[in-house]
Design a protein around this ligand. Sequence first.
Ligand code: SPV
Ligand code: MG
Length: 547
Amino acid sequence: MNNITSRQTKLKDILNSSNLEFILEAHNGISARLVEQAGFKGIWASGLALSAQFGVRDSNEASWTQIVDMLEFMTDVTSIPILLDGDTGYGNFNNMRRLVRKLEQRNIAGVCIEDKQFPKTNSFLDSDRQALADVDEFCGKIKAGKDSQSIDDFCIVARVEALIAGWGMREAITRAEAYFDAGADAILIHSKNSDPGEVLEFSSIWGNRCPLVIVPTKYYSTPTSVFADADISLVIWANHMIRASIYAMESVSQEIYQNESIVDVEDKISQINKIFSLQGADELDEANKKYLTPTSKYSAIILAASRGSQFKELTKDKPKAMLNINGVPLLQRLTTEFKEQGVNDINVVAGYKSDMININGVKITKNQEYDSSNELVSLFCAVNSFTDNMIIIYGDLLFRSYILNDFIEAKGNITIVVDSANIDKDISGMPDFVYCDKNDDRSLFRQDANLKHISELRNESNELPSGRWIGMLKVNKIGRQILDNALTELSSQENFKDLTIPDLINHILSNGHEIKVHYINGHWLDVNDLVDIERAGDFISTSASTT
Ligand code: SPV
Ligand code: MG
């Protein structure tokens, strides 16, 4: 059991409160939310407003199930009680029974039924010609409703239309007495006059036998203290949300139509963010964090400025990264790999034929000096896109998905991916031999190894390389700071234009910082010449068949 007061009890409390209480009309989810947000303790689900928002007449043209469906949206987004204007109960006692059960299922707090005949029409329309219900028949409806409710505090308000229909005060009182005796929780006495005289007279005769509810649409200028002094329990502001929205929509639509522009209305309408907030976008954000696979905190910088002159005609019109491998550009494959790992912040540094890079969902930074500069200048161009957790990668890489997945999890402020297999095999581009403090021990998972040096030279000082850097590096917040500093230092050197990422790596090491090594064994390749393109095609086919 929880201690939350049910909406039905809340409505009952409002009706029986010793203070004058107020509820306001709403006709859909968003208006209901606004009513609650304004501070109202309850909502009047007005028949007039509900039918109007459907664009139909208040004459039972909308079916009762359409009304109940809308009520569900209204309860879903609110916590205050909703009193439904249930017209005549949509039929006889039997329809009323079913209505009450359905309303309880939708957590509606109560229903108000009026003593007219089905199909009814609005009280302010041809009121003199509207036939009233037979008193006994209406009492049967109230009894049937009360007997079929299963929630004790569900309220049935009986609305007396005798004054509206011109039948006089005596008839109004007689009917109210009968309805109260039949089990009504409150009486709504309605009036179409512009002064509250007859309602106040009714109230004084009624003398507090049960809560009295009024709808001062026509006698709206009466100070509410008059109602409080007359012992009225509840005031219903019955149609002001639908009228406010019609007024606003009419003037905005006309203005936009006349001006053929939206510029003048911008400041007169709600901001889009207001809609998001009323829809509860923040809650969904929180829920996403809780229930969805988190998107990666990593961003990617892809270096893709070069032509790859070995490709001759193939890269006449496009950069190397846009070369098709089995029909899909290299850069597209790389981007997809990142997105599949939740890395959506992807920055591509382009240079040669940069306009030919038409990959969705990536940011392009241009290295204008691509022709006369090397990798570090490209990286420097992307410095404004650096983040605290980022992966820097060459744009001509292909690799099996698990490599990126594991690499993201690898420890270290700065970490590089090193292939300990295939050290000598068919090297087409720069070899980037890596010398580490520990060689790859494949029996260890996530072996802790540090980089000592990276070089194009094999057997440097007679030492055998531990592997080859594949062109993938990552930094965390601390690593980014170290990398930033090293890049800034190198950028002031005269030979900056000639420097490569391995130069940066070695500079970081020479500054005394640690770089971790994440070992892999094959399952990647970079595309440097025509033979590589053929290999890449095979690589894609076999990767696809093994994943
Ligand atoms: C409604 O809001 O639909 C009502 C109140 O029934 S009135 O329009 O005043 O009849
Ligand atoms: Mg109505």
